[in-house]
Write a protein that binds this ligand. Structure first.
Ligand SMILES: *Cc1c(COP(=O)(O)O)cnc(C)c1O
Length: 431
């Protein structure tokens, strides 16, 4: 058995002074019935906890660490910037380099950009801008998509008969419930119906073009194209939340992979190279409504922070290498090929979705194409699977409804060890 005494002791201390012992709920390991691990350091695709256990890490900090932990060029860039200072509350050259990289090397739809400090800030700012630009109040989001923790997004579909959605958090006001409409992902009719019922009131539709927060659910063929068409017809802005898919699904994110040009794009995670960075951007005529040019206010004391951007710029420069995304896709294929024989033994119990380096094993058969399919998963079986895997040094997402995040640092040996563990654990859990 692994020793977890030091992690357990830290969690006990943490629980006295940090609410729930954690600074973000998924870290609490509640849905897998364990207490959290405290990570001491990482190297490549591996993390090491305070008890000295080593794990193959499939979370990659929930996406940012596409090049693995402690990637030397990023560490070196941070060190160099650190020598000069950490924050000036004034313009710095890193911001210009970063904006040029995003607009010219990665996202042609982003004509202008603003840097922020998290994905949440990016999405909430993009929605305010969309409202200011269109003069409309309502937005449409999709059940199961996550856009950070701003009030506007903490709404889920109501019961079949209810007109309005319900909050997925206490503390969200009635007005906000009224202004967030919830449609069904991969169901364009649900979008049409919602738009018809609220003609002229909807500022924007926001979605993860590749859903990553119900586990991985790719867009159905034609879904994004239809969304682009109806939004254009109705004068509604289309916002792609590419906080996960940006810099991962392709060099230009899901919008490049599926050939759709959104009006606004939200970025986060990978863009900071492991430091806190987000960004939003898009059409120049929309972005120029932001203060100081326009009437939509948006600001940030630490936005465009040079230390964080030094990490992010180094990350993006590596990703801009010509064959990077070919190699990343090969990594995803190699992972799938290694676990495929095991998955094929359990077609009556499991489904598997993969887009490049993102994937999810769902504990439900028959394929997962929607939020409803995903919800059929046997989360109890997933929890047992998680516990068996972590005992064998494989650190998976501590929830069925999250993605496996591969990095370039994962090796064939990591995949082989993972498959061996998976084989044993699934025999125990599924028979
Ligand atoms: C993680 C995430 C966010 C929120 O980003 P934070 O940096 O955690 O605020 C927003 N949208 C998507 C799709 C995400 O996965």
């Amino acid at each position: 058995m692994r020793r977890v005494d030091s992690s357990a002791a830290l969690f006990e201390r943490a629980s006295q002074y940090i609410s729930g012992g954690v600074n973000s709920p998924v870290r609490a390991f509640r849905s897998v019935g364990l207490t959290p691990l405290y990570i001491d350091h990482g190297k490549g695709a591996h993390v090491f906890d305070v008890d000295g256990n080593e794990y193959i890490d499939y979370i990659s900090s929930w996406g940012p660490l596409l090049l693995g932990h402690a990637y030397p060029p990023i560490q070196e860039a941070i060190r160099r910037e650190l020598e000069k200072g950490t924050s000036y509350g004034a313009c710095n050259a890193r911001e210009v380099e970063m904006a040029e990289l995003i607009c010219t090397k990665f996202f042609p739809s982003v004509e202008r950009v603003r840097m922020v400090n998290s994905g949440t800030e990016a999405t909430m700012s993009a929605v305010r801008l969309a409202r200011g630009f269109t003069g409309r109040d309502k937005i449409i989001k999709f059940e199961g998509c996550y856009h950070g923790h701003a009030d506007t997004f903490l709404i889920s579909a109501g019961s079949g008969l209810a007109t309005f959605g319900q909050t997925s958090s206490a503390g969200v006001t009635k007005h906000i419930i009224e202004d967030t409409l919830v449609a069904t992902y991969n169901d364009i009719e649900s979008v049409r119906r919602t738009l018809e019922a609220h003609r002229g009131e909807v500022a924007a539709i926001i979605l993860e073009p590749i859903m990553g927060n119900m586990g991985l659910i790719p867009p159905a063929p034609g879904f994004l194209e239809e969304l682009r068409r109806v939004t254009e017809e109705e004068g509604v802005l289309l916002i792609f939340d590419e906080v996960i898919s940006g810099f991962r699904a392709a060099r230009g994110g899901a919008q490049e992979l599926y050939g759709i040009r959104p009006d606004l794009t939200c970025l986060g995670k990978i863009i900071g190279g492991g430091l806190p960075v987000g960004a939003f951007g898009g059409r120049a005529d929309i972005m120029d409504r932001l203060a100081p040019l326009g009437d939509v206010y948006q600001a940030g004391t630490l936005s465009g922070n040079p230390l964080a951007l030094a990490a992010g710029i180094t990350m993006l420069q590596t990703l801009a290498e010509p064959d990077f995304y070919t190699r990343l896709e090969e990594k995803g294929q190699a992972f799938e090929a290694t676990i495929r024989p095991i998955l094929d033994r359990y077609t009556d119990r499991l489904s598997y979705n993969r887009v490049g380096s993102l994937s999810t094993i769902f504990f439900t058969p028959g394929g997962v194409h929607s939020n409803t399919d995903a919800k059929r998963s046997d989360t109890e079986a997933y929890a047992r699977y998680f516990r068996g895997m972590i005992e064998r040094g494989i650190y998976l997402p501590p929830s069925q409804f999250e993605c496996i995040f591969l990095s370039m640092a994962h090796s064939r040996e990591d995949f082989d060890r993972t498959a061996t563990a998976m084989d044993e654990v699934l025999r125990e859990v599924l028979g």
